[in-house]
Design a protein around this ligand. Structure first.
Ligand SMILES: Cc1cc2nc3c(=O)[nH]c(=O)nc-3n(C[C@H](O)[C@H](O)[C@H](O)COP(=O)(O)OP(=O)(O)OC[C@H]3O[C@@H](n4cnc5c(N)ncnc54)[C@H](O)[C@@H]3O)c2cc1C
Length: 523
């Protein structure tokens, strides 16, 4: 380490040797085996300026030399995660856990108050309407970083079967753990409130002892080639926050959801469209405990009833935007009646159980039968009460044309937004987060600059094919079920019956939906 004079400032120069970080624990870009990093004396990299220290208002009046001096007081981070939602926090946890990345100085920028004071979750309160079905692949990733044990401290619900059918009564499909030779499907798929997932990741991060700093603010602007490019900050991105302060980072991760400001500021375009559908979500109560995930396809979209523990279930009901506003504002009694109609008594007849001797028009689909092919069609639980507010979400499909540019990577809904009909969105995002942290670790291992686009493209090539495949399947489903036409209804019913009867097909679908397998059927 040595001191150097440069223009308006005095700097510490730190020599870093590939695979070994000297003096400060901050990773850096290295070419060959050796690299010099410079930091202003006022700011040794690991002991950063406190983010909430306001800049003096007179700063705006400073001349350029003075300005450069004040610039050098700004915090510098290895990684700035914009968006501390479930996916951004999963990345922070994974970076904190991996041996090659746990020394990184990570900034998390999000004004969500739940991140500052931690959310208190009361077990006796009804479950929140925002829930996620967590796949076994996600659960394994949470276990790896040590976050699953916190989920287990809170309410969560495994389910041991799924029943999918449509309103025509022509066919139904039941998925059961026995179809994949597992004891219970419920051990694999689990429904967890989003606030529980977020709190668990936050607890995991707090217990990790890693260097992270929460900025309870929003990103307002970003410069990927800051004006001070010739100075020591040249290899960093500059982020401007909603309180007027700024910070620098080697890598900016956009985990800021479907309306990502990072994506916009990085000039990354997206492909996609709005579905002319909204989702109404809420928590409902029933008399008996629910251990099954139910989904019924109606003329305007599917309704799903997912167990969330005790006598509560979560409703995700897709419909026309106008209908959704209507259903949100109608009386609770009327809404409960509508839900019961949608789940069972309205729109069309119940499918006939094959094992009850019902003459299915598709009985020729009797090749190698799945174990659950003989399962009866079951009637979903009768809803007795609305147990939460009703929330309405517009639905869209959006895919960023690239996940990585110089110094920027996108993860989660910032990179891709999907229809919630199969509960895959945040699971895809968790896959991104853990993939990106591994790629950063690989980069550090070989001395790459973690903001280098060639490194970040490795993350993109790992995740893009998997995400695009899932998006194509979900969009195909959405389209197949948004047309209410005689012949198509028959085709769909035949598909249900085919899946219900054919054991290998069923196994493929279950393992794909579980996140265990990347390319269903075709693999
Ligand atoms: C009705 C519905 C049901 C769903 N069900 C499921 C399911 O069962 N399973 C599943 O896998 N997925 C499901 N999803 C999808 C899932 O909710 C999303 O994929 C997930 O929330 C995305 O997480 P994220 O962290 O990427 O983004 P978000 O949850 O959108 O979080 C983004 C964060 O960024 C912050 N932010 C935004 N802008 C800025 C800024 N400028 N500066 C700083 N911070 C910023 C926000 O405050 C927020 O905390 C569902 C979605 C919907 C709409």
């Amino acid at each position: 380490m040595l001191l150097a004079l440069n223009g308006g400032g005095v700097y510490i120069e730190i020599e870093l040797v590939a695979g070994h970080v000297q003096d400060n624990g901050l990773s850096t870009g290295m070419s060959g085996n050796r690299q010099i990093e410079r930091y202003p004396v006022a700011q040794k990299p690991s002991s950063l300026v406190h983010p909430l220290n306001k800049l003096d208002n007179s700063d705006v009046l400073l001349g350029s030399a003075d300005k450069q001096r004040s610039e050098s007081n700004l915090p510098v981070h290895d990684v700035a995660i914009v968006g501390g939602g479930m996916v951004g926090m999963a990345l922070a946890c994974s970076l904190a856990k991996l041996p090659l990345t746990n020394h990184l100085n990570v900034a998390i920028i999000d004004s969500n108050p739940a991140l500052q004071r931690g959310q208190s979750i009361k077990k006796e309160a009804p479950p929140d309407p925002r829930v996620s079905t967590v796949t076994p692949a996600t659960r394994a990733l949470f276990q790896d970083v040590g976050a699953w044990k916190y989920v287990e401290e809170h309410r969560h619900a495994y389910f041991d079967k799924m029943q999918v059918w449509d309103y025509t009564g022509l066919g139904y499909t039941k998925y059961h753990a026995r179809d994949v030779n597992k004891e219970v499907l419920g051990y694999d798929r689990c429904v967890v409130e989003n606030k529980v997932l977020l709190k668990s990741l936050l607890s995991c991060l707090q217990d990790s002892g890693s260097q992270h700093k929460l900025y309870p603010l929003r990103l307002s602007s970003m410069h990927l080639e800051p004006a001070s490019a010739s100075s020591h900050h040249g290899s960093l991105a500059k982020l401007e926050l909603s309180d007027g302060n700024s910070l620098y980072a080697k890598l900016v991760v956009g985990a800021d959801g479907s309306k990502s400001r990072v994506k916009e500021l990085a000039g990354i375009s997206s492909t996609g469209w709005k579905y002319s559908q909204n989702a109404v979500i809420c928590t409902v109560e029933h008399m008996e405990e629910n251990r099954c995930a139910w989904q019924r396809f109606l003329p305007n979209g599917p309704i799903a009833l997912l167990p969330v523990g005790d006598k509560f279930s979560n409703i995700v009901w897709t419909m026309d935007p106008e209908e959704s506003l209507n259903r949100k504002s109608m009386s609770e009694v009327d809404f409960v009646k509508e839900v019961n109609r949608a789940l069972d008594s309205g729109y069309g007849p119940r499918p006939k159980s094959q094992s009850s001797g019902g003459a299915s028009p598709f009985s020729w689909l009797t090749a190698k039968k799945a174990v659950s092919a003989y399962d009866y069609f079951e009637i979903p639980p009768r809803i007795t009460k609305l147990a939460s507010e009703r929330m309405v979400f517009p639905l869209s499909l959006k895919h960023a044309n690239t996940y990585a540019t110089k110094r920027v990577a996108l993860i989660g809904d910032a990179a891709h937004t999907v229809h919630p009909l199969a509960g895959q969105g945040v699971n895809m995002g968790f896959g991104d987060a853990f993939s990106l942290s591994n790629v950063i670790a690989e980069g550090i291992a070989v001395g790459s600059n973690i903001g280098e686009v060639s490194l970040l493209r490795r993350y993109e090539s790992d995740r893009k094919p998997a995400n695009l495949t899932m998006m194509a399947i979900l969009d195909g489903f959405q389209k197949a079920y948004s047309v209410d036409l005689g012949p198509l209804n028959v085709l769909r019913a035949a598909a249900f019956q085919g899946v219900q009867n054919l054991s290998p097909l069923k196994r493929h679908i279950i393992s794909y939906a579980s996140g265990e397998q990347r390319f269903p059927i075709f693999s």
